[in-house]
Design a protein around this ligand. Structure first.
Ligand code: PLP
Length: 434
């Protein structure tokens, strides 16, 4: 079946009216489904997110798969304490508040959660948002003014970029995780603006590397810039007992705003901002993504509160996760990959010229649920696989996926490795990682 590729769509989409554009796009998706050539996005997972899941895939059959594609780092998605506390909370408080906090109030769980998050992050106060995405959008559209500027890591999440766009914040990216580049950017712009906001992520979601927060914080202090750290993937992972990347570098006093999400380690949805009392009170009234959006539901608050308790009561979960990360990194290095082992996120670049989608199918056929990112979501030279480990995995699980990596790379690396293809444009709808 001759169907349009994403690249074709990128080229022509602005020339088509909305009905034609949507119809063309849908036909492509349906075409692929009929031809059974895709089907690895939006896999239909029929069981709870656990070490093993049951998936109904493109063949229409169900199959058991080992889960290496979730951010359920500590296994909280199915932890019995979390499940029980959610059930009890719903019995006591019902499912939710039924509106935004400014109009409908918020309950004891929402309040307690804000206090617990502020304490976790070493900040004075915290504010809840419907998602991590809206926390970033709500922050950047409210805090900087027209006289301010943002300097942000080149790998920043789409939600930060979208927040800047909404707030019409002027800004520029600095080279990924390069404190010297940040320093140069700050020296260049600092004198021309009233406040300069620097934004980095604690752990980068697609590459798994950890921000050099010590040097970044030092540059911000030197240039009198405000520092924002989005630690979406750091909570539960980095720092002592998973207290996050700011704790890892002991820089809570140098950081002005911490953004977090409940969609990774806590395996639910929702987000927050932790900062000084002044910043939080300001955002409570001026951050439209908070003001005009409903309070978090009871289930979410109870799940995160229980998750925080599990983190404290069962430190062995974090210990196992980090042991797995260290072992896996060592084994990957022996296979020729770069891996730090500082986080459980492993980013494996596809060999130049390899058929990434065929490689993804090879993992799938082995019953291994991993994520792949292909062009044009990223440039062709940066296509990759992302493997996330969890405290739920066993040593045997790690061996299984390592054996698959070795075999798949051997089978799919072109014998006469051609030069990486010229970069394709990125699809801006997906820009900024996941
Ligand atoms: C760094 C970063 N910030 C923000 C988000 C958005 O979080 P949420 O899924 O809660 O909207 C993500 C999730 O992909 C992320 O990786």
């Amino acid at each position: 079946m001759n169907v349009l590729t994403y690249r074709d769509l990128l080229r022509i989409r602005t020339q088509l009216d909305a009905p034609t554009r949507t119809a063309t796009f849908s036909q492509r998706i349906w075409g692929e489904r009929e031809a059974n050539v895709d089907g690895l996005q939006y896999r239909h997972v029929l069981t709870p997110t656990d070490r093993e899941v049951t998936v109904r895939d493109y063949s229409g059959e169900t199959r058991a798969m080992r889960m290496f594609g979730s951010n359920n780092y500590l296994g909280l998605a199915t932890h019995p304490v979390v499940v029980e506390r959610v059930q009890k909370a719903i019995a006591e408080y019902g499912v939710g508040v039924g509106g935004p906090p400014a109009l409908n109030g918020h309950g004891p769980l929402q309040r307690e959660l804000q206090e617990r998050l502020a304490a976790l992050e070493g900040q004075e106060a915290a504010l809840l948002y419907g998602t991590g995405y809206s926390a970033n959008v709500g922050l950047m559209s409210a805090l900087p003014s027209k006289k301010d500027f943002a300097v942000y890591d080149a790998h920043s999440h789409a939600s930060f970029i979208d927040g800047m766009r909404l707030g019409r914040v002027e800004g520029k990216a600095f080279a990924h995780n390069d404190p010297a580049a940040l320093d140069r950017a700050l020296a260049e712009v600092r004198g021309d603006y009233r406040d300069v906001f620097v934004s980095v992520e604690g752990v980068y979601s697609m590459t798994g590397d950890v921000a050099r927060l010590d040097r970044i914080a030092e540059a911000c202090v030197r240039h009198d810039a405000l520092l924002i750290v989005d630690d979406a993937h750091g909570t539960g992972v980095t720092g002592p007992n998973g207290h996050g990347t700011v704790a890892m570098f002991d820089v809570a006093k140098e950081v002005d705003v911490i953004v977090g999400t409940f969609s990774k380690t806590f395996a639910v949805s929702g987000g927050f901002i932790a900062a000084s009392r002044e910043i939080v009170e300001y955002l409570r009234y001026f951050s439209r993504a908070h003001v005009f959006s409903a309070s978090l539901s009871t289930a979410v608050c109870a799940a995160v509160l229980a998750g925080l308790d599990v983190m404290e009561d069962e430190p062995e979960l974090h210990g196992r996760l980090m042991d797995h990360a260290a072992t896996f990194a060592e084994r990957l290095q022996a296979l020729g990959f770069e891996a730090s082992g500082l986080t459980p996120i492993f980013s494996l670049p596809a060999p130049a010229g390899a058929d990434v989608r065929a490689m993804a199918h090879a993992f799938h056929e082995r019953g291994l649920f991993v994520n792949h990112v292909e062009a044009p979501v990223v440039p062709a030279s940066e296509q990759r696989f992302r493997i996330s480990l969890s405290a739920l995995h066993t040593d045997e699980d790690l061996e299984e996926v390592l054996a698959a990596i070795e075999e798949i790379w051997e089978a799919f690396t072109p014998a006469d490795t051609p030069q990486a293809k010229a970069d394709t444009p990125t699809l801006d709808a997906f820009e900024g990682g996941f």
